[in-house]
Every structure is written in C-alpha cells, then in structure tokens.
Design a protein around this ligand. Structure first.
Ligand code: IMP
Ligand code: MG
Length: 188
C-alpha cells in the first residue's frame, strides 16, 4: 500500500500550545525533584525537546533515550518490540518519566514500562503526545496526555511513515493511494 500526505490534523501552533500546558503539569508534578525524562526514539524527539524547553529554569530534569523498533515499514503494530538502544542512566531509585510520541495498541509502552519497572526506579510515569484509544489492545496508564485522536495513521512532528515525514511541523493524516482498479466491468 502506498500513502500520500493528507489533511492537517493538528497544526504546529496547536501542538505547541498544548505542549506548553503539558510542560506546566509535568514540572508541577516534579517540582523540586530531580527526574529523568526518557524519550523513545525516534518519534518522541520533537515532543521531548519542545516539552523540556517549556520547563522552568530551576527544573532538575535530565534526559536519556531509548530506541525501540516495533513497526518495520508497515502502519500496523507487530507487537514485537526490539530494544535498539538502551538507557545510559542507571534508573534505580530515580524518578523516571517515559515520553512517547503516540499510544496506539499500547504494546510498545507496556513493554517498556515492564522493562523499566524491573530496574527499580523510585517512580515511573508516562507522558504521551497523542493517544488513539480506539486501537488499544493492552491497558496502559497514561499520566500526561496531549491529544486524543481518531483511529487514523498520522505523520509529522516526529511521527513517520516508513521513516519519512518526521520533519513536518504539523501533524497530518496519511491517505492510502488506491492501486488502479483492474478487471472491473462496467455495471449493466
Ligand atoms: P503501539 O505499540 O501500537 O502503541 O505503537 C506505538 C508506536 O507505533 C509509536 O511509538 C509509533 O512509533 C508507532 N505508531 C502508532 N501509530 C502511529 C501513527 O499513527 N503514525 C506513526 N507512528 C505510529
Ligand atoms: Mg515511536
């Protein structure tokens, strides 16, 4: 299946305004505390970097990253999560905020939460920019959520289709391009 860029679902200004609100909520929750914000590469890089720049100057946030791959080149979750890059930080006894671009089936986030829980952090919270609740297969606790969106495949602001379109400043839906119909007879 081929896809083309479709309509804008969330424009850059709308995203930025919501990210600023989320930053206020997050920094309030960790006020006076050191914490590690863990971005899930590559999708979360734009969201994470915008989010933390809205934190107050006295924020004690540290950054770390994990890279996982779950999708290959398709738009459907395989449910298989591979750790491509692990944390540099030892999170034992630390307050950890896991930052993801999008919560879809929930398989990726629940896998990562189990993995990180096993390392005995002091606390573990989740922060996702987008949530597609209709597609959920496993229950995942979300502490900070940007937008609920309908069950459509989206790209831009870090989100990709097959590696493309992450760089777009707005979030767009993608539309399947139908292959030219063959062997279709005109109706009688
Ligand atoms: P989940 O494991 O099904 O919750 O999927 C989470 C991951 O799938 C995200 O981190 C994204 O990389 C990817 N994903 C899910 N939905 C979309 C989408 O609409 N656009 C781009 N990537 C998506
Ligand atoms: Mg991702």
């Amino acid at each position: 299946m081929e896809y083309e860029l479709g309509r804008i679902l969330l424009d850059g200004r709308t995203i930025s305004a919501r990210v600023a609100e989320m930053a206020a909520e997050v920094s309030e929750a960790y006020s006076g505390k050191e914490f590690v914000a863990v971005g899930v590469l590559k999708g979360a890089i734009f969201f994470l970097s915008d989010l933390v720049r809205f934190f107050p100057r006295n924020s004690l946030v540290r950054l770390d990253f994990m890279a996982v791959s779950s999708y290959g080149a398709s738009t459907k979750s395989s449910g298989i999560v591979k750790i491509v890059k692990d944390l540099d930080t030892d999170i034992r006894g630390r307050d950890v905020l896991l930052v993801e671009d999008i919560l879809d089936t929930g398989l990726t986030l629940s896998y990562l939460l189990d993995l990180l829980k096993g390392r005995s952090p002091r606390s573990l919270k989740t922060c996702v920019l987008l949530d597609k609740p209709d597609r959920r297969k496993v229950d995942v606790r979300v502490d900070f959520r940007g937008f609920q969106i309908p069950d459509e495949f989206v790209v831009g602001y870090g989100l990709d289709y097959s590696g493309y379109w992450r760089n777009l400043p707005d979030i767009h839906v993608v539309n399947p391009i139908e292959a030219p119909a063959r062997n279709i007879q005109p109706k009688e």
